[in-house]
Design a protein around this ligand. Structure first.
Ligand SMILES: [Ca+2]
Ligand SMILES: [Ca+2]
Ligand SMILES: [Ca+2]
Ligand SMILES: [Ca+2]
Length: 262
């Protein structure tokens, strides 16, 4: 009996040390030279100084800034998504989300910029040339905004003018059916030439397109059913668009045309 108990104790002791050996390396190898809450390994990921606990000198530790979503490079009060360390168009928060390198504008070295790859649905970190991320457009009639999503993240949030209450932009699920760089729109009371960046989403002439004849975007409805955007915004979207990208249109057309801020 005595022997049995002793063996059990010994076995438990062995288990205990086995567990310790299993977990300890995690702590041992997570070296944090400047003791700022960000391991040396993570400092390399964020391009911060492993020997300076407050890389940007804003009074907040690198580890604290990263933990709460602030940029350890610019502060105080600048959030990770508002800073673009390598200036490639993809903010630092998005670089982490898409697993690309905060300090390289072409992470996978395939000659294509990280931001361009993400906008087109490719992984900026993998060189395989396959479309990886799901992309879609949402148009909110209530707020008169257009959102472009890639891999569940909103990459663009732009003001638009949808159809007036008597010629509403239809709500529902559509997709980009055709893309025309420049066309004319002619109707009973309008004749608009040289309209750029036209993306058809419903037969019967419903397009998302650039607009040069008013500046009501995000403020009030204006169109005969199309989604009007600033020409430069439409150009940006068009540049990364493909036939078949889903478009969801929702919300209520403002009764008096004007957006009520909520
Ligand atoms: Ca550190
Ligand atoms: Ca800091
Ligand atoms: Ca970047
Ligand atoms: Ca690339």
């Amino acid at each position: 009996m005595y022997e049995y108990t002793n063996n059990t104790k010994l076995r438990n002791t062995v288990y205990f040390f086995a567990l310790v050996l299993f977990f300890v390396p995690t702590f041992v190898f997570a070296v944090d030279t400047d003791n700022d809450g960000l391991s040396d390994e993570d400092e390399r990921l964020y391009y911060t100084d492993i020997n300076n606990p407050d890389t940007d000198g804003d009074g907040y530790l690198d580890g604290t800034e990263v933990k709460y979503g602030y940029s350890p490079h610019k502060g105080p009060g600048v959030q990770m998504h508002q800073h673009d360390y390598d200036g490639d168009g993809l903010g630092d928060w998005l670089e982490i989300w898409f697993k690309s390198d905060i300090g390289k504008s072409d992470t996978d070295g395939d000659g294509k910029n990280d931001f361009d790859e993400v906008m087109l649905g490719y992984s900026p970190a993998e060189k395989d040339g396959k479309k990886k991320f799901k992309r879609w457009i949402e148009v909110d009639r209530t707020k008169q905004r257009l959102h472009f999503f890639v891999n569940k993240v909103k990459l663009l949030n732009l003001p638009v003018s949808t159809g007036n209450p008597w010629t509403e932009t239809p709500a529902g699920n559509f997709e980009v059916m055709s893309m025309i760089p420049e066309k004319s729109y002619v109707g009973e009371d309008y004749n608009l030439e040289g309209v750029q960046w036209n993306m058809l989403f419903r037969t019967g002439g419903y397009y998302i397109h650039g607009t040069y004849w008013h500046n009501d975007f995000g403020i009030r409805t204006h169109s005969h059913g199309c989604v009007n955007m600033r020409t430069e915004d439409a150009g940006l979207l068009y540049n990364y668009m493909d036939i078949g990208v889903p478009i969801e249109i929702y919300g209520e057309t403002p009764e008096n045309r004007v957006v009520v801020n909520n």
